[in-house]
Design a protein around this ligand. Structure first.
Ligand code: XIL
Length: 322
């Protein structure tokens, strides 16, 4: 097969935004090449939980409906993320009991609404620093609980109660690069297992570069898999313009370097135990729309399809790695 989702024995995901779904080439590319989707933005807490008394499901529903209409799985992203608590929530001054009651209601309402339609969720996102300590800056959970990990564990329980069939993930960045962060995640997983908390997988976002050290990636993945959990490369994109130069040109040679990196990452993922391969999700579809440009204002070409929805060398590298 020459189509990613047809060749892979695991999910091939893309992060999507509803704003682009009306663009025929965008929607067609997602339908043809991918088997699952993640909402890049629209299933986060601050988008759904618009006020203390109300939820706004419209865009999240559109993502889930688009997936259903086109036989795609949905990976839910993300229930609890320090960056996505709504302003009204942060300003409410809740004590730990009220805070947890509210978040439990949010998780149970959201996971319950999409029960059976969203098959997996990132329950907690980015709770550790790279040095393995808990993230404290701007983190409402850290500011509220003496034992933040205990709180996150209960969030996994609440999600599991709302949909016992959903696969529940912990998600973070630089998991394969930062060994202290990875150790902290592994300790949390052991604690959860000891306490009977349902955790099924770990995601590493995989926002890496053409220059990222390959051995570190490979060894880190093997170490993640030593937990026995499902492994998700959850937000894959590969930075090419590592000097962040305005005059950078994405030449054929550059495209080839990027393709080699995609191939190496996919081959490394393929070498994991078959029953631990969950999915590889790219963080976007086309170089036309990438968070590296929207959010970081970088001149970048990180994805598998170019601005005209043509398959890049990167696509062929990914395919060759399968
Ligand atoms: C990013 C989206 O790509 C942007 O569109 C949005 O403005 C901010 O969030 N880690 C994550 C993702 O877990 O949710 C982030 O997504 C990128 C970093």
């Amino acid at each position: 097969p020459s189509i990613l989702k047809e060749k892979a024995n695991f999910g091939i995901g893309a992060a999507i935004k509803t704003a682009h779904l009306a663009e025929l080439a965008y929607a067609n590319t997602v339908k043809s090449h991918f088997s699952q989707v993640t909402a890049e933005w629209e299933m986060k807490m601050e988008l759904i939980w618009s006020s203390a008394t109300g939820y706004n499901w419209s865009n999240a529903d559109r993502v889930v409906d688009f997936a259903k209409d086109n036989d795609l799985e949905v990976h839910g992203h993300t229930l609890v993320w320090y960056k996505s608590f709504p302003g009204w929530f942060k300003n409410a001054g809740y004590d730990s009991t009220a805070f947890e009651d509210r978040v439990r209601a949010y998780i149970q309402t959201t996971v319950g609404r999409y029960k059976g339609r969203v098959k997996s969720w990132d329950v907690a996102n980015e709770i550790f620093n790279d040095n393995g300590t808990l993230r404290s800056t701007d983190c409402p959970v850290f500011a509220t609980f003496n034992d933040p990990i205990g709180f996150y564990g209960r969030c996994f329980k609440y999600a599991h109660e709302a949909d016992p069939d959903a696969k529940l993930f912990y998600n973070d960045y630089s998991v394969v690069l930062a060994s202290a962060k990875r150790s902290a995640i592994k300790r949390m997983v052991s604690r959860f297992k000891n306490e009977g908390i349902p955790i099924h997988g770990i995601g590493d976002q995989f926002h890496y570069r053409v220059t990222t050290d390959k051995n570190t990636i490979k060894n880190g993945l093997t170490d993640m898999a030593s937990t026995g959990l499902l492994i998700h490369l959850s937000e894959l994109d590969i930075i090419v313009n590592v000097q962040q130069s305005e005059s950078y040109a994405f030449t054929q040679a550059e495209a080839q370097k990027q393709a080699d990196m995609y191939r190496f990452i996919v081959e490394s993922y393929e070498s994991l135990p078959a029953d631990q391969k969950f999915a590889i999700t790219t963080w976007g579809v086309t170089d036309k729309y990438t968070w590296l440009t929207d959010y970081w204002h970088a001149k970048e070409y990180p994805l598998l399809f170019d601005q005209h929805y043509q398959e890049k060398e990167a696509y062929r590298g990914f395919l060759a790695g399968l």
